[in-house]
Design a binder for this molecule. Structure first.
Ligand code: PGA
Ligand code: ZN
Length: 417
């Protein structure tokens, strides 16, 4: 195994113009690679700690401390060392941090280094990054992940026009390039619908979803179905829907405020169940609040056989939370965000737990992204069922879709049913 020569950090800006962290690593034989980490806005309470400066610049969001941790303590400790594999360096980084939530060095610092190392090793083995990630899991490569694509947004990703965070389309074509064509057509049709209905161009949310001032959630669903039809596709058969309810963000005082009138956990389940009978909904993410352990199993019982019940803020890519959810039958799908946990190896542990439980897995971007595209290689290498990147606009999203188009061409793979 080649020795690490050095690692350096840089404060760069994400798609919201906020600071984030990029790491540059050099290993023996003149191999150099870099990687950038994303950042969420609608975050779960159990996420690993993203280290921010808390000073005046960038409203306290500066990442100079995280960068200094890469340049000083991490660089000093790992330079000149050899690590046999990804697990070895990740374990070493965890030991260096020494806290349970990575608050000393910052999950943003650790993940940037963990990812840069993965790129260096892929280069040194002369392999595409997805093959390196596939080696970590050990299963064979047969297909591409199916994208779930933001169409309309609200909640914390937009001005809160609707409480729901995202309505996504799930194009069902077999070829990735056909999925992209379909997503483009539906998005354009939706933009025209918004113009006609609201007499103005819709604002766009953080991940590029349209955010018009819908008067009701019925209007949201109807406009989605109309857009699919206008684009020339059949809702249900050719294009399904996925929802990110992000319920934690409208839950307070033990009530869900989907409307101004609060509702209980069981009323919330009734609403979600009704939607699954009326609309072609394939998955529901964070349908309940992140600590509502009592009602998650009831939601799975109510609709889990016809629809994927996926935990994002609920599980935070955290192996302990996933184990608990598996044993309580509190979900049947995982949204995996590597920076929620902070190293590749821990994310892999989360992935394996979900796989063993026969859950569906979506590898997901964050609302604050960079132009880096490692996520696409990860979703292919780990053979995720889905990838959630955002809308089909904005270069930080397209960098990842474009990488998948490249991988499609390189491998000839289709999307799994
Ligand atoms: P976040 O949102 O990156 O702002 O957390 C994405 C999501 O909730 O899926
Ligand atoms: Zn989410």
């Amino acid at each position: 195994m080649p020795k690490i020569i050095s690692v350096r950090g840089l404060e760069i800006l994400d798609s919201r113009g906020r600071p984030t962290v990029k790491a540059y690593m050099e290993i023996e034989n003149n191999i150099r690679a870099s990687a950038s980490v994303p950042s969420g806005a609608s975050t779960g309470r159990s996420e690993a700690h993203e280290l921010r400066d808390g000073e005046q610049r960038y409203d306290g969001l500066g990442c100079r401390k995280a960068v200094a941790n890469i340049n000083k303590s991490i660089n000093l400790s790992i330079s000149g060392k050899t690590f046999d594999c990804q697990a070895d360096i990740d374990e070493y980084l965890l030991g260096l941090d020494g806290t349970s939530n990575k608050s000393k060095l910052g999950a943003n610092a650790l993940l940037a280094v963990s990812l840069a190392f993965s790129r260096c090793l892929a280069l040194s083995n002369n392999k595409p990054l997805f093959s390196y990630y596939q080696q970590l899991v050990g299963s064979s490569l047969t297909h591409l992940p199916r994208p779930t694509i933001n169409l309309f947004s609200g909640g914390k990703h937009a001005g809160g026009q609707i409480p729901l965070q995202d309505l996504l389309i799930v194009p069902m074509q077999k070829r990735f390039s056909e999925v992209m064509e379909c997503a483009y057509a539906v998005y354009q049709a939706a933009a025209v619908q918004c113009l006609n209905k609201f007499n103005m161009r819709a604002l766009t949310a953080d991940e590029g979803g349209l955010a018009p001032p819908f008067g009701s959630l019925t209007e949201l669903f109807d406009t989605a179905l109309e857009s699919i039809e206008q684009a020339g596709y059949r809702p249900g058969e050719e294009v399904q829907l996925a929802l990110d309810i992000a319920a934690s963000h409208f839950y307070h005082d033990d009530q869900y405020f989907l409307t101004t009138q609060g509702s209980s956990g069981s009323q919330m389940i009734d609403v979600l169940s009704e939607w699954t009978t009326r609309y072609p909904i394939r998955s529901i993410e964070d349908g309940l609040a992140e600590d509502d352990w009592e009602f998650w199993p009831k939601l799975v019982e109510a609709v889990g056989d016809q629809c994927e019940i996926m935990g994002d803020d609920f599980l935070c890519t955290n192996p302990e939370r996933i184990k608990r959810a598996v044993s309580q039958k509190g979900a049947n799908a995982l949204l995996l965000k590597v920076n929620q946990i902070g190293t590749l190896s821990e994310a892999l542990k989360a992935f394996k737990l979900a796989k063993e439980a026969n859950w569906k897995i979506t590898v997901s971007a964050r609302s604050g992204e960079t132009e880096d595209n490692w996520l696409s290689d990860l979703a292919v290498g780990w053979q995720a069922d889905y990838i959630k990147i955002g809308s089909v606009t904005q270069s930080e999203r397209l960098a990842k879709y474009n990488r998948l188009l490249e991988i499609e061409q390189e491998t000839g793979f289709s999307i799994k049913d």
